[in-house]
Design a protein around this ligand. Structure first.
Ligand SMILES: Cc1cc2nc3c(=O)[nH]c(=O)nc-3n(C[C@H](O)[C@H](O)[C@H](O)COP(=O)(O)OP(=O)(O)OC[C@H]3O[C@@H](n4cnc5c(N)ncnc54)[C@H](O)[C@@H]3O)c2cc1C
Length: 319
């Protein structure tokens, strides 16, 4: 039997340190416990929310009037170049373990905060790689049927910061089979540390943020693409332009709403400089979206997940 706490503040569980309490809160250390938690929510007639590392989550000031299930399943099994890891495993900790085993393929993802399940759900990525490239099979629990499904990569719908699990919140990632390639432990570790050093040099890891607040949008205006490429001396990839560049070009760096601020270091980081409320973050995000739309003719879309706002499982900041 798992225990349920009541009225648990969610802010400490998020990287933004923002948000009110969960009506009920529990942890699930196994698929059985996850099923039990989902049944509890069903019996109470309440919605459920899944909490991983909380590094991509904006929780409303009113909290969540449902059951928050924090995933704590942390098993890892290795067989040759294949690793089966559970959703509650810390992503960067896992990457360090792959380095010890001399397994290559995840080095560019080192330093992305959060847990494996959250990373699979959002197809987390950095420096041109993403987790969907190494996740060969994903095991997910269907919140309605409570059946455990095994989905091969081609059925997971991985695309830029998205997946089938993001589009269908009834699918809860419980583990993934990661297929890596053989390398030398020293060389893999060197690459992992190189990635972490690049991130640390940007001084962004310690801000209270969710990382990139908006996704990099697809841009069709050839003049805007040319302007970006000339300004940054970079080729635009898959017609996407960094949201941070668009925000910066719209003159929004350092813009504040209360204690919520567009970072001076990276304009796609909306940071909590002190005791910002979710309301302030939302008003800042709205301001950024409308200014970028007016100045650049581009509509930004949130990468952050919003929890506890009026529409269930809302992916966008309320208008
Ligand atoms: C400083 C900083 C830097 C970042 N850099 C990057 C980066 O380079 N690249 C990148 O892609 N992201 C980056 N992020 C964002 C974030 O780290 C990733 O999105 C991460 O993968 C989220 O994982 P999490 O466990 O923290 O998810 P959470 O924040 O706990 O959850 C996010 C969403 O996923 C859902 N969810 C969580 N676990 C599961 C599961 N097992 N099954 C189904 N749904 C689930 C939650 O319900 C929620 O809707 C950064 C964040 C920060 C704070």
């Amino acid at each position: 039997m798992i225990a349920f706490q009541e009225h648990v503040p969610l802010a400490p569980f998020t990287s933004l340190k923002i948000g009110g309490p969960a009506r009920f809160f529990t942890t699930a250390a196994s698929v059985t416990e996850l099923r039990e938690a989902l049944l509890f929510a069903r019996e109470k007639g309440l919605p459920f929310g899944i909490l991983g590392g909380g590094s991509n989550l904006l929780v409303s000031d009113d909290g969540f009037r449902g059951v928050i299930i924090r995933l704590q399943m942390e098993g890892v099994r290795r067989s040759g170049c294949e690793i089966e890891a559970e959703a509650g495993v810390d992503l960067t900790g896992l990457i360090y373990r792959t380095a010890d085993w001399g397994l290559s393929g995840m080095e560019s993802l080192a330093g992305i905060p959060g847990l494996l399940g959250g990373a699979v759900r959002g197809n987390a990525g950095a420096y041109g790689s993403c987790i969907g490239e190494v996740a060969a099979t994903v095991f997910a629990l269907h919140a309605e049927s409570l059946a455990l499904l095994a989905l091969e990569r081609e059925d997971c719908g991985f695309s830029y910061r998205s997946s089938r699990f993001k589009l269908d919140p009834r699918l809860i990632v419980v583990s993934a089979l990661l297929v890596l390639s053989k390398g030398e432990p020293e060389a893999v570790r060197h690459k992992v540390e190189g990635t972490i050093a690049k991130r640390t040099a940007r001084h962004l890891q310690c801000e209270k943020s969710v990382g990139s607040f908006f996704m990099n949008p697809v841009v069709t205006d050839p003049e805007l693409i040319r302007r970006f490429e000339t300004d940054q001396q970079l080729r635009c990839r898959e017609s996407r332009i960094p949201a941070g560049w668009l925000i910066d070009q719209s003159g929004l760096r350092n813009t504040r709403v209360g204690a919520a601020m567009v970072s001076a270091l990276h304009a796609n980081y909306l940071i909590n400089t002190g005791e910002a409320s979710a309301d302030e973050m939302i008003r800042l995000a709205r301001l950024v979206k409308s200014r970028v739309r007016d100045a650049m003719g581009v509509q930004l879309q949130e990468e952050v997940s919003c929890l506890g706002f009026p529409a269930p499982e809302q992916q966008e900041v309320p208008r």
